[in-house]
Design a protein around this ligand. Structure first.
Ligand code: IPM
Ligand code: MG
Length: 368
């Protein structure tokens, strides 16, 4: 039986509650003999700042580096609005992504038939939607230097962020997108702004070349990022895989999330490069939603994005693809039964966070 080390970083707000539901699943897996997961818990975001004065401690960073997968809840909240910029809760997330080299962010957006009416778009636009956003996660304007505010001395200041991409960064994310598309419908849309940005011109050039050199069996389309946002709300089912940079990926994945009915539904995986010797990748799994401080601690959070993120860990880190499929099926079954957390209840009856977690675990046991 395979053994895996998980670092669980629940973070802040609803990150705490949704993490409890994932721990239930992990504990169950540990009783079945399917795999053995050792879980260590750490602090990230505001919770870490309160304890250590940093968004994440060096000790937890070391544990993250040596884990098989990090499972991350969510960070942030009004309590930490005034902490220094480099210690703000989000800094934990960005440091984990950067230091672990997690350049490939997979954000699938699936609209379960049972939820088609929870979306703000019409049922026929979203029903059966299944797209994958592949977001570059360690480059671009998130990390480019200079990144600063300078005082111009005339009562004016200047805020500077730098959008920067090197060829290799575009190549490796394009390859991930093309490879993943082959297991889907072999269609990739690459989104950039080549009409105004030099990094967009290079992005377009490099993606075109990677495609021509290695992936001519995949259909490639180039789309301007603003047009992509519009197309996503007009007719999202035209897409299979969308590959894009860090900032556009951030925005487009929030749009895609809402197509599925709720931000509480979207899981994500952040993967590093494959180790040439072990074949393993560093990885972190997290729901796309935030810490939702307004509803934290009230059992109102939807744990599905977090549970489905664990499902992605089963698929991409633990080699348990069949179990990942079963977990996805368990989620679909629970939704088909009519069980809803408040965010997806469309004003109807709803259950709490723990009840949803329990129902999914029960549905999974039935499929086992
Ligand atoms: C996301 C989030 C983060 C991002 C924030 C919390 C730093 O919005 O994962 O999409 O901008 O990447
Ligand atoms: Mg975001």
């Amino acid at each position: 039986m395979a053994n895996f080390n998980i670092l669980l970083l629940p973070g802040d707000g609803i990150g705490q509650e949704v993490s409890v539901e994932v721990e239930k699943l992990i504990n169950w897996f540990n009783t079945t003999g399917i795999a053995q997961f050792s879980v260590e818990r750490g602090l990230a975001g505001g919770a870490a700042y309160d304890a250590h004065g940093e968004a994440i401690s060096e000790d937890d960073m070391r544990k993250a580096q040596s884990s098989d997968a990090v499972i991350f809840g969510a960070v942030g909240g009004p309590k930490w609005d005034k902490v220094p910029y480099d210690k703000r809760p989000e800094a934990a997330l960005l440091r984990l992504r950067k230091d672990l080299g997690l350049f490939a962010n997979l954000r699938p957006a699936i609209c379960y038939p049972a939820l088609a009416d929870a979306s703000s778009l019409k049922r026929d636009v979203v029903e059966g939607l299944d797209i994958l956003i592949v977001r570059e996660l360690t480059g671009g304007v998130y990390f480019g230097e200079p990144k600063t505010i300078i005082d111009l001395g005339n009562g004016q200041k200047r805020g500077i962020d730098t959008q920067v991409y090197d060829t290799y960064e575009i190549e490796r994310i394009a390859k991930v997108a093309f490879e993943l598309s082959r297991a889907r419908h072999s269609r990739v849309a690459s989104a950039e702004k080549r009409n105004v940005m030099k990094s967009g011109v290079l992005w377009n050039e490099v993606v075109t070349k990677v495609h021509a050199d290695h992936y001519t069996d995949v259909k490639l389309e180039h789309v301007l990022a603003d047009n992509c946002a519009m197309q996503l709300v007009r007719w999202p089912k035209q897409y299979d895989v969308i590959v894009t940079d860090n900032l556009f990926g951030d925005v487009l994945s929030d749009v895609a999330a809402m197509l599925t009915g709720s931000l509480g539904m979207l899981p994500s995986a952040a993967l590093g490069a494959e180790d040439p010797v072990t074949g393993r990748r560093k990885a972190m799994y997290e729901p796309v939603h935030g810490s939702a401080p307004d509803i934290a601690g009230q059992q109102l959070a939807n744990p599905i994005a977090m549970i489905a993120s664990f499902g992605m860990a089963l698929r991409y880190s633990f080699g348990l693809k069949d179990w990942a499929d079963k977990l996805d099926q368990a989620i679909a079954n629970v939704l088909a039964q009519g069980l809803r957390t408040k965010d997806i209840a469309s004003g109807g009856a709803h259950i709490g966070t723990a009840q949803m977690g329990d129902a999914i675990l029960a549905a999974l046991k039935k499929l086992a």
